[in-house]
Each structure stands twice: as C-alpha cells, then as structure tokens.
Design a protein around this ligand. Sequence first.
Ligand code: NAP
Length: 291
Amino acid sequence: MSRLSGKTRVIGLFGSPVAHSRSPVMQNTVFKAMGLDFAYLAFDVGLERAGEAIRAIRTLGLCGANVTMPLKRAVVPYLDALSPAAALAGAVNVIVNEHGHLTGHLTDGTGFMLSLDEAGVAYQGRAMTIIGAGGAGIAVAIQAAFQGVDSVTFFNQRDRFYDAGKTLAAQLCDETDCVITIRDLADHQNLAHHVAETDILINATPIGMDETSTQTALPDLSDLRPEQTVCDLIYVPRQTKLLKQAAARGCTTVSGIGMQLYQAVPAFRMWTGQDIDIDIARQALLGKDVQ
Ligand code: NAP
C-alpha cells in the first residue's frame, strides 16, 4: 500500500470469498511503486448485501470497486450506467464512481484480448471456438466480436448457460459483424470438426482446475495443428493439462494468468487516470518480490 494520507482514494474489492484474492497485493504494490495516493481493500460481501455495498461506494466516496463472484450480476440494478460490454453481458467486474454517478464495466474480455496481443496471436477475421458459455466465456465472446473476430462458436451442455448463450448470440449478431453460434457439447462430431478447424480454441469451463486437474473439457485433441492457438481461462494451475497437450502438438498456448493480469489495465486507467506499470503488476500477481 502507498503511504496513506487524509486524501487517500479507496478502491474496494467486493465479493465472497475474497480473502484468497491477489488483487489487493497487486494493486497496492503498483500504487506504492508509482507513488499514487490510493489504497485497494477487499470487503467480504455476500449476495444479500449487494445493494448496501454499492450504496456505500457513494456514501463513503470510494473511487470505485472490483466486483467478483457472486456479485457480478447482482450489483447491476444498483448502478447508474453500464458500458456496452457490461450491458450485453448483464454483469460487471469494475465500478467507477464519478461524483456519485456509478458506471459498471466488464473488463474480463478486454483482459483476454490483451493477453492474445501479448502472445502475438492474430484474431481479426479469425474463427474462435469457446467451450463453456458461462460468465467468462460470454465476456470473451463479446470483446472478441467488438474487436473483429470473424466467428465465435460456443459449445455447452443444453441448460441455462446454453439458453443464455443463445440470447447473447442473437444480440451480438445484430450489433457486430461477428457470427456467433452455440452448439451442444454432446454433439461430439461437430465438436471434433470445430476443434480441428478453428483458429483459436478456448476452455472457459472450470475443468482442469482443482480436483479436475488431470482432465480436459475436450475428449480428443489429436486433430490439433501447430497453426492453432489454444487458451485456457483457468489461471491456477498456470499450465493446465489442456495447455500441456496443445503445446505438445506445437500449438501456441495462452494461460488464464494473462487475462487476470490485463483485466486490471482498463480498470486502473479509469480509477487513477494513469497506465498501470504492467511489469510490477505481473510480478506482484505471480507472487514475486518487487524491488
Ligand atoms: P460460470 O459462469 O459458472 O461458467 C462455467 C461454464 O463452464 C459454464 O458454461 C458451464 O456450463 C461449464 N461447465 C462447468 N462444468 C462443466 C463440465 N463438467 N463439463 C462441461 N462444461 C462445464 O464460471 P465462469 O466465471 O465463466 O468461470 C469459468 C472458468 O473461467 C473458471 O475456471 C474460472 O476460474 C475462469 N475465469 C478466469 C478468469 C481470468 O481472469 N483468467 C476470469 C474469470 C473466470 P454447464 O454448467 O452448462 O455445463
């Protein structure tokens, strides 16, 4: 944390649980290194206190907040305005307070696209296939459509996520030139075709983390080619089984750690008016000592 003063601007992290989050360490390390009079603090807020927490931003004059699970959708009714991506997703991960006027933004998708830029992956005019139409997959698809990806094909089981993906696909097709479709994950033949033909393949399911770390969301990766890029939104572990298998086939691989890091770039700029020092942020996020 930077040296505190009577003018220190406070940014919150709202969600539950939040004690494990590395965002406070990352943000406060950068504030200190850049000499900014800001502090970033985690607040454990459950669904039942979403409205109170948002009102507190205005009451206490917080600069803004990050919002994480389970509040990303629940806080939306309490905000004054939404960015185009947040409005499409019906979810936010960043709140900016301008004199009591609260705007919600969704920077997860921007973070993912910046991680593709960092890896040197071309995406304009390319085909993207996303396994999992949950919150993270939808955030990526929205930003990909905004940034000129030619087509996004979701695969999901036929349930509430499938229906949400179908609704989003219709909206995005109206608002962008990207062709968005959603298909049944159980259709293995269609899935195998897309895995073999897509330019950028993304796992947006939790399969590959924790007790599923020995699994992948895809039954067969034998058709992958070195020209393809394979991404996992999971950031712990950094190298999932999917990424290891894709790397063994010569594919470019992109871990979820980049998305986690780069989602902070637009948020930091909106809160502080300055560009985040990305190298210091990366070291702090990865748990390395910052000199
Ligand atoms: P979510 O909204 O709960 O969505 C989870 C998605 O995974 C749904 O589409 C779900 O579909 C699918 N899924 C879950 N279990 C599955 C299974 N056994 N087989 C097939 N599909 C399955 O979660 P989320 O927020 O999108 O998070 C998804 C992943 O992205 C997590 O691993 C999370 O850690 C990661 N993430 C990373 C970042 C980052 O900064 N790198 C940011 C956000 C999220 P069904 O339930 O219909 O199968």
